[in-house]
Write a protein that binds this ligand. Structure first.
Ligand SMILES: Nc1nc2c(ncn2[C@@H]2O[C@H](COP(=O)(O)OP(=O)(O)OP(=O)(O)O)[C@@H](O)[C@H]2O)c(=O)[nH]1
Length: 647
């Protein structure tokens, strides 16, 4: 099981630097280098002796191909090299890594060990290893044709959404299904000839560039929408770049040809400047003139897609454990973590145990974009899955594994890797907002680091992208981490280690995280309007943010019962679980850690009496001003806004 080794494994680069040190030692530089050199000489001696022994014993030196996965236990690595476990432990020790036989080491470290033992390294994809299929490539006979996965890209207002809607309506089985269309981030249609096409339904806003760029990773082809009346625009060019970078073919859809006086030819000429040569100009990029709103030539566009799919000869093995990518994810108020995954290999089955990013769980239910419950999801089908332990990120890989123990192991390994990466990216320093402001003003700090936590992936991405663009010549804004879900202790640790502010968008901190933040002096700033986030951070790096008004947490109450009271409406019978609740204070209603209402308390009663304050452990009745969607199990957070002297 992957557990942290006592000392981080040196990266390949650091090892290379180590070799430079050795060189320096030979040239007689400093003492440290000399001791490394002597260590190395001792190691060489040992190796020569081993070699001699082997030769004396007459044994042939066998060079093996050793498959090295992303994480491997020391014992397993030894087995794969047909070496003794103790030898591997010793080799690791010499490299400065303390690991026991049952501990996992990462691929870089394992690779060095394999080289040290004189074998050849074969790195394999994480997923193959994670499901124990390393080296087991799908053979031709396993493979079956799969539907293409298409992403629609283009400039703002050129008609991406309209085209996605129009194409969705061409589905010949939608009407028979009887289900209700739902937005899950991707959908699949069946075209009249019976073949299927999957569309990634990405939002068409500039702030989502990051997600779109990742969207191309699961995409077989891009339909580039260019409005005939507007021509090639900056985001058209950006989309071309994304597609080219991903090595994904393009189909050009010249849209809005129903508009009077438009000149589709001009679009084709403009595309030439970006090395897109359409077929009518002698190139090999298919182009179709369409109208999304008037539904002109949609069939031709679908034909072009299926032709391109044929050329690409898209195949996958449906008869293996499922694997794919998370397209979208959210924390749903009623259903918990929900993720839309695109199955890329194998077949995902209801009841499968899956790991998505660092989260895992049993697929409790599986729904398609028509809201139908499914038992199986074959390659290229996007499905919404319920049952994960937490919310993975869009772009995360997901795999089905054989059992819970394996899921836990993979998830723990991925969590550790994510933590290591974040910590490495975070760099040094720590502090809180006031300190940070002072340092920025004194010109000592050149960067504002931010950790973003939000209720839905879209907001997290949008805030991440918006903040990433902020900054000026003196101070840069860096988003260290952006994810969906409650603020956890690990977010606080990350923020602390990297001197970051936590931006919480419609989510709260767990009570442990809140305690840790208070203890460590990490600032969490709560928002429910996106532009306020950008505004605040901008003020921060411009040195103008005076935390004039600051929120002070008062307490939590749990709703135990809900009553209907005449003239007042719904009243929550609560118990205060932490701190105090006060009349006149601000309140937030939380469901599964997500803020669903923010407002004021209209009544606070103990038994029949109005009271000013109710302390921890006591029961009380509460109702909100102008709001009554309250439920048993909801949590009420109570806070005060206090004025703090300008920094
Ligand atoms: N006349 C005409 N108008 C169209 C056509 N397609 C889209 N539009 C209009 O163009 C405008 C923008 O269309 P959207 O589908 O929202 O464009 P988008 O690219 O998704 O825009 P963003 O989501 O903002 O990036 C809307 O007013 C549409 O009604 C078309 O084929 N013909």
């Amino acid at each position: 099981m992957p557990v942290p080794v006592k000392k981080a494994a040196p990266s390949t680069d650091r090892r290379r630097e180590g070799r430079i040190d050795v060189q320096a030692a030979i040239e007689g530089e400093d003492e440290r280098s000399r001791s490394i050199a002597s260590l190395r000489r001792a190691r060489d001696r040992e190796r020569r002796q081993q070699e001699l022994q082997r030769l004396r014993s007459g044994a042939e030196r066998v060079v093996r191909d050793v498959v090295v996965p992303e994480a491997i236990t020391v014992q397993e690595l030894a087995n794969r090299m047909a070496a003794r476990g103790g030898e591997v432990v010793k080799a690791l020790f010499r490299m400065g890594v303390m690991a026991t036989l049952t501990q996992s080491i990462d691929a870089d470290t394992a690779e060095l060990v394999v080289q040290e033992f004189g074998h050849r390294v074969k790195r394999v994809s994480e997923s193959d290893v994670e499901i124990g299929l390393e080296g087991a490539e799908d053979t031709d006979t396993d493979l079956a044709a799969r539907p293409p996965v298409v992403t629609i890209m283009g400039h703002v207002d050129h008609g991406k959404t309209s085209l996605l809607d129009a194409l969705r309506k061409t589905d010949v089985v939608a009407h028979e299904a009887g289900g209700i269309t739902q937005h899950i981030g991707a959908y699949q249609i069946t075209v009249p000839d019976g073949s299927k096409v999957t569309f990634i339904d990405t939002p068409g806003h500039e702030a989502f560039t990051a997600m779109r760029a990742r969207g191309a990773g699961v995409t077989d082809m891009v339909v580039l929408v260019v409005a005939a009346d507007d021509g090639v625009m900056p985001q058209t060019v950006e989309a071309i770049r994304h597609a080219k970078a991903a090595g994904v073919p393009l189909i050009v859809a010249v849209n809005k040809i129903d508009k009077p006086g438009v000149k589709p030819e001009r679009v084709k000429q403009e595309l030439l400047q970006h090395e897109i040569v359409v077929e009518s100009l002698g190139g090999d990029t298919q182009e179709i003139e369409v109208s999304a709103t008037q539904r002109i030539n949609l069939d031709k566009l679908l034909e072009a897609i299926s032709l391109q799919a044929e050329v690409l000869d898209l195949k996958a093995n449906p008869n293996r454990a499922a694997e794919g990518t998370v397209i979208e994810s959210k924390l749903d108020r009623g259903r918990g973590p929900v993720a839309t995954v695109l199955v890329q290999k194998g077949t995902l089955k209801q009841g499968d145990i899956v790991v998505a990013g660092a989260e895992w769980g049993r697929v409790r239910a599986m729904l398609d974009d028509k809201g139908r419950q499914l038992k199986d999801a074959p390659p290229s089908l996007p499905v919404e899955i319920l049952g994960l332990s937490g919310v993975p990120s869009a772009g995360d890989n997901f795999i089905a594994v054989e059992n819970e123990a394996r899921a836990r192991e993979v998830s723990e390994f991925r969590q550790r890797r994510a933590r290591d990466k974040a910590a490495a990216a975070a760099g040094a320093g720590r502090g809180n907002l006031t300190d940070m402001l002072a340092r920025i003003q004194a010109g000592e700090q050149k960067e504002v680091a931010v950790v973003v936590k939000a209720d839905v992936q879209g907001s997290a991405e949008a805030i991440g992208v918006t903040l990433g663009k902020l900054g000026n010549d003196e101070v840069k804004v860096r988003v260290l981490h952006s994810a969906v879900g409650q603020i956890t202790e690990s977010d606080i640790q990350l923020a602390k280690a990297s001197d970051a502010v936590i931006v919480a968008f419609n989510v709260r901190a767990t009570s442990q995280a809140r305690d840790l933040a208070a203890k460590e002096g990490v600032d969490i700033r709560y928002y429910s309007i996106i532009y306020e986030v950008a505004d605040d951070i901008e003020k921060l790096y411009k040195g103008k943010l005076a935390p004039v008004q600051r929120e002070k947490f008062l307490g939590y109450a749990q709703i135990l019962q809900v009553f209907e009271v005449k003239k007042i409406g719904k009243v929550a019978g609560c118990r205060v679980t932490e701190g105090v609740v006060k009349r006149g204070a601000g309140v937030r209603l939380l469901r599964d850690g997500v803020v669903i209402h923010q407002g004021d308390l209209s009544t606070l009663k103990r038994f029949k009496d109005d009271v000013r304050e109710v302390g921890n452990g006591l029961e009380c009745g509460m109702s909100f001003a102008n709001y009554d969607d309250i439920r048993v199990g909801d949590q009420i957070e109570c806070y005060e806004v206090e004025t703090v002297a300008a920094a």
